[in-house]
Design a protein around this ligand. Structure first.
Ligand SMILES: Cc1ncc(COP(=O)(O)O)c(C=O)c1O
Length: 414
């Protein structure tokens, strides 16, 4: 299937958007971040497929940028959410689902004794920082240089509209480097409130890195010694790698963790999950919102986490990721290219070796769209439980054909 993509509706929507939406779009969907030829508007999703506004169908490897973990419109999750919607979603307060979900999460996550809920990942990371400061009475927060924790002034990747004061108490270090972490801790002195780390290193446009146990233990030991909080920002990796939390296999427990994206298979929900060590801070802060107790998302969360806990959804997805990884390596080699595929196979970062400016990767992803495969050239991608062997094999064939297309365009290995 090599087809010219119809895009008249997408183009028309973009044109309309330009009049009523600043720049036509914002954030990671901003038009300037999307290569010409990539659809910006979508009309449908199902399983591991999405359809753009013009009706073009794609095998999807972005999974809504993370929320889709079981497959779009998973029947059990949808049934639970819809049943809750019929009773109450936004009422004058939460439903029983709040307590049930907190019980489920504290029973499933290996580090959590309590939970609070919000809507977006940024709400949860921000609350974790606030709780750590409230609990310790200190100000300094150590973050890895280049790590993404959200889009509000204390952590946005953009400094436009941000004051120095918004970030006055942040100290940066190099992810995974214990010497650099030691120096940051020394700089914080007696004012260290928290060290915040993502589940693994998944910065855009570079190879991903899993944390070594030694690195996580070093971060834990610093927090223990300083009486500070270790925060895991598991917004992106949480409920995708390990239902117990991304560091569970390494046996390192954060005091606080932020979850969102996959927690309710696409329904809007974020969780702050804490240990008793962080309960005091959580009890002191004020956090709320118009929609945090929406019960439908909590019902979806209950169904999602139970399925992830009780089935082989995550091991299946990891196996499909490995199948894709092997197939993509072989496809690249057939056309003289070499890929750098890093991080967990179910959250793959696929970069073309030597492609410094991502020109080859961008051309490849654009070509793949024409074969019905939706990839991303510089952000980690996502697989979900609805990807089966036949979809993976179809994707490999599509990427193989996309390599042939870019070679025909004169693009050669760097
Ligand atoms: C690691 C991490 N933290 C925080 C966030 C912010 O989440 P949200 O966009 O839901 O506010 C993201 C979003 O991509 C993320 O990947």
């Amino acid at each position: 299937m090599n087809r010219p993509l119809a895009n008249s509706r997408d183009t028309a929507l973009l044109e309309r958007a330009r009049h009523v939406i600043p720049n036509g779009m914002w954030g990671h969907m901003a038009t300037r971040y999307i290569a010409p030829g990539y659809p910006q508007f979508f009309s449908r999703s199902d399983g591991c497929r999405v359809w753009d506004a013009d009706g073009n169908e794609y095998l999807d490897f972005m999974c809504a940028w993370g929320p889709n973990v079981l497959g779009y419109h998973h029947p059990q999750v949808e049934a639970a959410a819809m049943a809750q919607l019929r009773d109450v979603d936004a009422g004058n307060g939460p439903t029983e689902a709040l307590v049930e979900l907190a019980e489920l999460l504290t029973g499933t996550l290996d580090h959590a004794d309590w939970c609070m809920f919000q809507k977006n990942g940024t709400d949860a990371t921000t609350a974790c920082v606030t709780i750590a400061r409230a609990g310790t009475g200190r100000r300094k927060v150590i973050l890895a240089r280049g790590a993404y924790h959200g889009a509000v002034p204390w952590c946005s990747p953009s400094v436009v509209g941000v004051t120095d004061e918004d970030r006055a108490h942040l100290i940066y270090f190099d992810w995974g480097n214990t010497t650099s972490l030691d120096a940051a801790v020394a700089q914080a002195g007696g004012d260290l409130a928290a060290i915040m780390l993502t589940g693994f290193r998944h910065d855009a446009g570079r190879d991903q890195e899993m944390p070594t146990t030694a690195f996580l233990r070093a971060a834990r030991a610093h927090c223990d010694q300083a009486g500070a909080m270790l925060i895991c920002d598991d917004v992106r990796a949480g409920f995708r790698l390990d239902v117990r939390g991304s560091w569970a296999a390494q046996g390192v427990k954060p005091d606080l963790a932020a979850y969102s994206k996959a927690i309710a298979n696409g329904w809007p929900l974020a969780a702050i999950a804490g240990a008793n060590s962080a309960r005091d801070g959580a009890e002191k802060i004020f956090t709320t919102g118009s929609f945090w107790y929406g019960a439908a998302a909590m019902a979806a969360g209950l169904a999602t986490v139970r399925i992830l806990r009780d089935t082989d959804a995550l091991t299946h997805t990891a196996a499909m990721g490995e199948r894709l990884r092997t197939g993509l390596d072989q496809a690249a080699a057939r056309h003289g290219f070499r890929l750098r595929q890093t991080g967990p196979a179910q959250m793959p970062m696929v970069l073309v070796d030597g492609d410094q400016d991502l020109r080859i990767g961008s051309a490849l992803c654009l070509a793949a769209l024409r074969h019905g495969i939706f990839l991303h050239p510089r952000h980690n991608m996502f697989l979900c439980a609805a990807h089966g062997p036949s979809e993976i094999d179809r994707a490999i064939e599509g990427v193989d054909a996309a390599f042939a297309d870019i070679v025909a365009q004169g693009i050669v290995p760097a």
